[in-house]
Design a protein around this ligand. Structure first.
Ligand SMILES: C[S@@+](CC[C@H](N)C(=O)[O-])C[C@H]1O[C@@H](n2cnc3c(N)ncnc32)[C@H](O)[C@@H]1O
Ligand code: SF4
Length: 478
């Protein structure tokens, strides 16, 4: 366990520093995923065993698109995901043919599985022409013929690329939700990203979504260059007035060789301004009837278009079993269960080089770039990272599933957070409260600190022996 003086000093020195958000990448960060061979047969065998024991999780399916429209500055100025420049529908549809072939590699392995959620992201998934949404859903149904009406099937895209025909095809194909990356409604601020998006594009897309009965989430970012609390609140006010029920409000993650990191760093609000934005946004949305379901997600009950995100529903983030399958370039998969033996749970990422992705499929191989074999300590942290995003850790559930008390395991951290009113510790759960959710990246970094030290040591040994490939970029999809 970390000693309490270290934890206190860590908090004192980091609470005012810019956060680097690796939570959404899960644990551990992809830079530690150094296994170049992922044993798919072993994974399939374990899946089967879990299925037989009635423990198999439903499948979360992700399908990614590599392509995005070129912007100046590149990659929208801030994006840390691997993407390729869109050069036309032929290349996109050719790529999709590879996704279909990759899916076939899983056919036998998916037999008898149930689809719980499907997410088509990227990159930019609404670059597809209308007929392609039908193709995508035909593929999904060929694997999972009985998709429950409660399953959330989402297509992600950018406002300026939706058309009425696409929206209709999205609905007719069987998808039931869109997630739109708006980032800034304010056109002046949005233009810093080079995205040619207008307010009209956003409103029009939302209107079409409503016309076709599709649920709609809007992603916005706070901590943007030149943004103030006032411009942020104006944006949120606008989204509320348009009756957007699902709002995801991310803090800008600054890093890599992006324009915002290199050329606009001086225009970014300070960490304390970001904290103020977080508080103001949360209070503003709660005041207007939204509920906070996660560190970054707010939802207003009563959306007539939602099925899964119905009133009172809380997304299931506390499972001790997980089966997330990512298809396509740079997609991430995650498979494991607390009942599996040491080292039988896995995270892995597909090739982040499009040519290598295609080459693997041409050769009939899974296009996996590298993976991470979880030991129980890793699996626990991966579970905690997921739960932290929903602001609440099910202490009793983890005790039952893994025979570990997460309070006792990390007592010095929870105590220090509770002392600062960032967490509340209860017998059956631990909750992030007050500013706690804003500090989710910091909390997860602290929880992972000891394990990262051990992984770094292991990596140093392996490096000495010439066994690992180190990649510091670590960005991923999924
Ligand atoms: C990977 S993007 C893909 C969606 C779509 N291409 C778009 O840009 O809207 C998904 C979401 O991640 C968020 N995102 C991407 N880069 C980010 C960053 N550096 N910091 C915070 N959020 C980011 C954005 O809100 C975006 O809508
Ligand atoms: S933010 Fe979205 S559109 Fe921009 S580069 Fe990243 S994935 Fe592509």
């Amino acid at each position: 366990m970390l000693d309490s003086a270290f934890v206190k000093e860590y908090l004192d020195t980091h609470l005012e520093e810019r956060q680097v958000n690796k939570v959404q990448h899960g644990f551990p960060s992809p830079r530690y995923w150094n296994e170049l061979t992922v044993p798919m047969d072993e994974i399939t065998e374990d899946r089967r065993r879990l299925q037989k024991d009635g423990r198999q999780a439903g499948v979360y399916l992700y399908i990614g698109v590599p392509y995005c429209i070129k912007t100046t500055p590149g990659k929208c100025g801030y994006c840390l995901f691997p993407v390729e420049e869109f050069r036309g529908n032929d290349a996109l549809e050719d790529y999709y043919g590879y996704v279909e072939r990759e899916a076939e590699l899983y056919r036998e392995r998916w037999e008898g599985s149930v689809l719980t959620t499907a997410y088509f992201g990227g990159g930019t998934s609404n670059l597809y022409r209308p007929h392609m949404y039908h193709k995508i859903m035909d593929l999904v149904r060929s694997f999972f013929p009985d998709i429950s009406p409660a399953a959330d099937v989402t297509l992600e895209g950018i406002p300026q690329l939706f058309t009425r025909d696409k929206m209709q095809a999205i609905r007719d194909s069987g998808m039931n939700r869109i997630s739109m990356g708006v980032q800034q409604v304010n056109e002046r601020l949005n233009s810093l990203s080079g995205r040619k998006q207008t307010t009209r594009h956003v409103v029009q897309s939302l209107e079409w979504a409503r016309e076709f009965g599709l649920a709609a989430n809007v992603d916005v970012i706070f901590g943007w260059p030149r943004q103030t609390v006032e411009t942020m609140l104006e944006d949120l006010e606008t989204l509320v007035s348009w009756e957007v029920h699902d709002i995801t409000h991310y803090e800008l993650n600054v890093g890599g060789p992006t324009d915002f990191a290199l050329n606009r760093f001086h225009e970014l609000p300070s960490t304390l301004s970001n904290l103020e934005m977080y508080r103001e946004a949360r209070d503003f949305l709660l005041d207007r009837g939204y509920e906070q379901h996660g560190a970054y997600s707010f939802r207003k009950p009563g959306d007539p278009t939602t099925r899964l995100f119905r009133e009172g529903y809380r997304p299931e983030t506390t499972r001790d079993t997980s089966d997330a399958v990512g298809l396509g370039y740079a997609a991430v998969s995650f498979f494991g269960d607390a009942s599996l033996g040491d080292g039988r749970s896995w995270s892995f990422i597909n090739q982040r080089n499009l040519a290598l992705y295609k080459k693997a499929i041409d050769e009939g191989r899974f296009p996996i770039e590298r993976g991470f074999r979880h030991q129980p300590a890793d699996w626990l942290l991966a579970t905690l990272f997921r739960k932290l995003l929903s602001m609440e850790i099910d202490r009793a559930g983890i005790r039952r599933a893994m025979n570990v008390d997460v309070y006792e395991e990390f007592a010095t951290i929870w105590d220090a957070l509770a002392e600062r009113d960032l967490a509340e510790i209860e017998p059956d759960r631990i909750r992030l409260v007050g500013d706690g959710p804003f500090y989710t990246p910091l909390v997860s970094a602290l929880l992972a600190e000891e394990r990262y030290r051990a992984l770094r040591e292991r990596e140093a040994h392996a490096k000495k022996a010439g066994l690992v490939l180190v990649d510091d970029e670590g960005a991923e999809h999924g």
